[in-house]
Design a protein around this ligand. Structure first.
Ligand code: FES
Length: 114
């Protein structure tokens, strides 16, 4: 699980999201800082990827862009409360929280709901 550490996500609360994730993540879920994903106005952004059994490359593009690979989920507008739900239900029970999944093409829809 990567929590963006870019300046806009940080201004919008990604440090609190990261700390909550670190406190509550199960042992099989590595939590680290990623970013910036170029989706700065949609953050705090969190990218969750299934473990593929490979050692994480600290220079991978995965820490800076969505790869749209199977097992990747992009969560936008995250908060400490929302990351608790993602950890409990998505990480803990494999239930993707579709209402929290980000889609830059749907940004206008999101803004109209909030
Ligand atoms: S600051 Fe988080 S995506 Fe750019």
């Amino acid at each position: 699980m990567a929590v963006c550490k870019g300046p806009d996500c940080t201004l919008n609360g990604s440090d609190a999201v990261f700390e909550k994730a670190r406190q509550l993540a199960p042992r099989n879920c590595e939590v680290y800082r990623g970013g910036c994903y170029g989706l700065c106005h949609l953050g705090p952004n969190v990218v969750l990827r299934e473990d593929r059994g490979q050692k994480r490359d600290p220079f991978s593009r995965e820490d800076f862009q969505l790869m749209n690979t199977p097992g990747e989920t992009y969560y936008w507008h995250m908060s400490p409360e929302k990351i608790v739900r993602v950890l409990e239900r998505h990480v803990g029970s494999d239930q993707k929280q579709t209402d929290l999944v980000g889609d830059p093409a749907r940004e206008a829809d999101f803004r109209n709901k909030t």
